[in-house]
Write a protein that binds this ligand. Structure first.
Ligand code: UDP
Ligand code: MG
Length: 315
């Protein structure tokens, strides 16, 4: 029987932790009793530099029952890094991990199927939402187009899969080999390879607390995803630049002909329009290239993605 560690990143989640821990405890006990996982299985909460009493709650859960463990980061590093910190900390103690959000929007009953697929030889099992009825129309639409754009940009991500997934120890060891600082888990996990599968579930509503992903964070998350996975934006700029260059040659020939036939009083409009158009495009191009240079800069610095302040684990 294999050991499962459930990893839950938490940022200001004091409102949900009591209920979440109760439900997860019930689930893990049920899995233990049905003989699917070993008695050494654990639930690990990663405190991502919360400003409320999240860490105190995690500590008291751990003191009550050592099935709960806690990892505290020195400061807020974002969902992806918090999750990675949790996975990398537990990978030597377990055979498989399941990661999920603290708000239990992802149906925890899908875990059974994930574990079955693990025993059938899958190293990674993605949780995929087949219904998003609980999310707002806006969130559904933005998320939908996001996955389309990502695919177009050449990133091989599993549509409608969030960070609810099972990863085996082998897969985690593969993940540990990705040394990049700009880590986008959803894009990197499919790159690990191995046999994988998906499990479908219905996404529920956040039962308490607010989403930690306001539009601004969502946009930056999307942009992060694209620029850390693909160089397609630079290619698009190159193509655009080429097209504009072609147009300018046509314009040149056109102007020379106009000049020869003596009709050169072409107005100010076309001139000013092209100045603005080209200027704008150049700025945009420099900006996008700058983004990538910024990424290279951060990679060469290779700053730590997170620093663990405390780990409440098994002694
Ligand atoms: N989260 C985190 N650090 C952050 C933001 C979010 O660890 O800086 C966690 C949060 O506690 C939750 C998960 O990431 O467990 C997903 O966040 P949320 O439910 O707010 O996102 P949504 O479901 O609205 O996309
Ligand atoms: Mg949520």
């Amino acid at each position: 029987m294999d050991t499962l560690y459930i990893v839950v990143p938490c940022y200001n989640e004091e409102e949900v932790l009591a209920e979440t821990s109760k439900q997860l405890l019930a689930k893990i006990t049920e899995l233990m009793n049905s003989g699917k996982i070993s008695e050494k299985s654990r639930i690990v909460f990663v405190n991502d530099g919360s400003k409320d009493s999240t860490w105190e709650i995690i500590e008291s859960l751990h003191n009550e029952n050592h099935i709960f463990q806690g990892i505290s980061l020195t400061r807020n590093k974002g969902h992806q890094n918090a999750l990675l910190a949790g996975l990398m900390t537990v990978k030597d103690h377990c055979d498989m991990t399941i990661s999920l959000d603290a708000d239990l929007q992802d149906d925890i009953d899908a875990m059974d199927k994930m574990i079955d697929k693990y025993y059938n030889g899958c190293e990674i099992v993605y949780g995929v939402r087949n219904a998003r009825n609980s999310d707002t129309v806006f969130k559904r639409k933005t998320a939908g187009s996001y996955y389309k754009i990502m695919k177009f940009m050449g990133a091989d991500i599993v549509s409608e899969s969030a960070d609810y997934r099972l990863m085996s120890k082998k897969a985690l060891e593969g993940l540990a080999e990705f040394k990049e600082v700009n880590l986008f888990l959803r894009g990197v996990v499919p790159m690990i390879g191995y046999k994988s599968d998906v499990v479908y579930y219905a996404r529920k509503e956040r039962f308490a607390g607010k989403s930690k992903y306001p539009l601004k964070k969502m946009l930056s998350f999307a942009w992060e995803g694209i620029t850390s996975l693909s160089v397609k934006p630079i290619q698009i700029i190159t193509i655009l630049g080429g097209a504009i260059f072609l147009i300018s040659i046509i314009m040149l020939i056109y102007s020379v002909i106009r000049h020869i036939i003596g009709a050169t009083s072409i107005g100010w409009t076309s001139l000013i329009v092209s100045i603005w158009a080209i200027g704008g495009l150049q700025l945009l191009a420099i900006g996008v290239i700058g983004e990538y240079i910024g990424k290279v800069y951060l990679e060469t610095k290779s700053r730590p993605k997170y620093i663990i302040e405390k780990y409440l684990g098994d002694e």
